[in-house]
Ligand binder design. Structure first.
Ligand code: PLP
Length: 481
């Protein structure tokens, strides 16, 4: 049984709460299906029942797919069966158990390259997560005093952190801002920044294919534009790949960090860096470790780095978990990423429209959406704030607490993307120049963000119309008479 939604803000009843009553759901779904005939209501709904039954069993409404995907039960059972029937040892050797693990590792690598349709000049380096992939690039990229690092303001902190490697090498970092309401980038502004590559140095441009804050999908066309202007291009695809096709046969970025658990739900602790050989060859690692060298001498004080990806995988890789990557990718391939994409797009558009239409008794809006209102060049991540009838923002802690009481997993804050948040809330640069002394929550309020940040819901492969509807029941409980 779903928990019922009866909450109100303040003492007022909720006149629109009944608009999403249980009796209306079937009618709303029928209208939805008429509007989105491309929505696959059979295959994925059957999978939801067969593979994700734990959500219903525990009455959980999971809406944090940008935070992490959910695994299908068959992914687990296939992985456990594989571990049960094999004996796997540390792959850094040639003994039988080591060779078996090594073979599965190479199969996982090949599966990733195949899944992203990567041409022969791409390599895959396994990392603990996207952040690990970004750090590999940051610490080994040949920044020097002539180099430039160009970042979009809309970036996860794990990309923002690259600027510290640039700073240490006296390279200049520049940000391309987002425009206030759309949270997109002005293309003329970007092109002007791209013209500023320094021919004497190495230039790195890094941006997300999909914003983890607003869901904005920044054009992949920028890759070729930037490369022809003299930039190496890093496209952060962590939030993009769980419900979008990334075809490396078409788009050819130099570096692509990915969190595989966001795509597959399982195993956690596994990500990768997809990298072109020409870019990999220019990276210089600041250290070596077990597994990353072919020869080394203590007394001679020298070492020879291993070839290709091996030089970047420090120590023993997660060799029991990695075979699950191939199984997980096969699961996604059986469904089809385009089917997942369409489903997420339809549900996102429905939610955007319903949220935008939600009204208090006096006709004023209940929700302020940050970023685009349609699904054109945007993914299934929606950032918003709840408004009171007076127009004031509801504190995100209230939204968070009430959602938690109802078993709803959403996110609040700035989602490790301060640049997007600064533009979404229109915080002027002057206010941001002084380093924060107070704790994060107080600092955000001192900057004038009375709500304490934004609320984020994100959709994924297992999301159903019922999930979206149940979320609207929750959102409509904030309507004031
Ligand atoms: C766009 C983006 N980049 C990078 C990251 C960092 O990923 P991880 O925490 O797996 O390293 C995230 C995580 O949410 C993300 O959404």
């Amino acid at each position: 049984m779903a928990r019922s939604v009866t909450l109100t803000v303040g003492a007022q009843p909720t006149p629109r709460g009944t608009a999403y009553g249980p009796a209306d759901e079937a009618r709303s779904f029928a209208t939805f299906l008429r509007r989105y005939p491309e929505f696959d209501a059979t295959l994925l709904d059957e999978l939801r029942a067969a593979e994700y039954g734990r959500l219903e069993a525990q009455d959980q409404l999971y809406l944090d797919y940008t935070g992490g995907g959910l695994f299908a039960e068959s992914q687990l059972s296939e992985h456990v069966a594989l571990l049960r029937r094999t004996v796997l040892g540390n792959p850094h050797s040639v003994n039988p158990t080591s060779a078996a693990a090594g073979e599965l590792l190479e199969r996982a690598r090949a599966a990733v390259l195949r899944y992203f349709n990567a041409p022969a000049d791409y390599r895959v380096i396994f990392t603990p997560n996207a952040t690990g992939a970004l750090k590999l690039v940051g610490e080994a990229y040949p920044f020097d005093a002539h180099s430039r690092l160009l970042l979009t303001s809309d970036n996860h902190n794990s990309v923002n952190g690259l600027r510290e490697f640039a700073r240490a090498a006296d390279a200049a970092t520049t940000y391309v801002p987002s425009t206030a309401r759309s949270l997109r980038v002005d293309e003329d502004d970007l092109k002007a920044h791209l013209r500023a590559a320094d021919e004497a140095g190495n230039n790195l441009f890094a941006y997300p294919a999909q914003s983890n804050f607003s869901g904005v999908q920044h054009p992949l066309e920028w890759i070729a534009t930037a490369q022809s202007a003299g930039w190496d291009v890093l496209v952060d695809c962590a939030a993009f790949v769980p419900s979008n096709r990334l075809d490396l046969g078409v788009w050819r970025p130099d570096f692509v960090p990915i969190s595989l658990y966001k795509l597959l739900g399982y195993p956690t602790g596994v990500g990768c860096l997809l990298v072109r050989e020409r870019a990999l060859a220019r990276l210089r690692r600041p250290w070596f470790a077990g597994g990353t060298i072919t020869t080394v001498s203590v007394q001679g004080d020298w070492h020879t780095p291993a070839e290709g990806e091996a030089a970047f995988e420090d120590g023993t890789v997660n060799y029991l978990a990695l075979p699950a990557v191939e199984l997980g990718l096969r699961y996604i391939e059986r469904i089809g990423i385009d089917t997942i994409h369409t489903r997420v797009r339809c549900l996102t558009r429905w939610l955007l429209d319903e949220l935008a239409a939600l009204r208090h008794g006096d006709g004023s809006p209940v929700v302020q959406i940050h970023g685009p209102r349609t699904t054109h060049r945007r993914g299934g991540t929606i950032a918003f704030n709840v408004l009171r009838r007076s127009g004031r923002l509801v504190d995100i802690r209230i939204v968070d607490e009430r959602a938690a009481e109802l078993g709803i997993s959403l996110r609040t804050g700035c989602f490790c993307n301060p640049g997007a948040a600064e533009h979404a809330f229109g915080i002027p640069r002057e206010k941001l120049l002084r380093r924060a002394e107070s704790p994060a929550a107080d600092h955000i309020r001192e900057l004038g963000v009375e709500s304490g940040g934004a609320v984020r819901v994100s959709l994924g492969l297992p999301t159903t119309f019922r999930d979206a509807y149940r979320f609207m029941q929750f959102a409509s409980s904030f309507c004031e008479a």
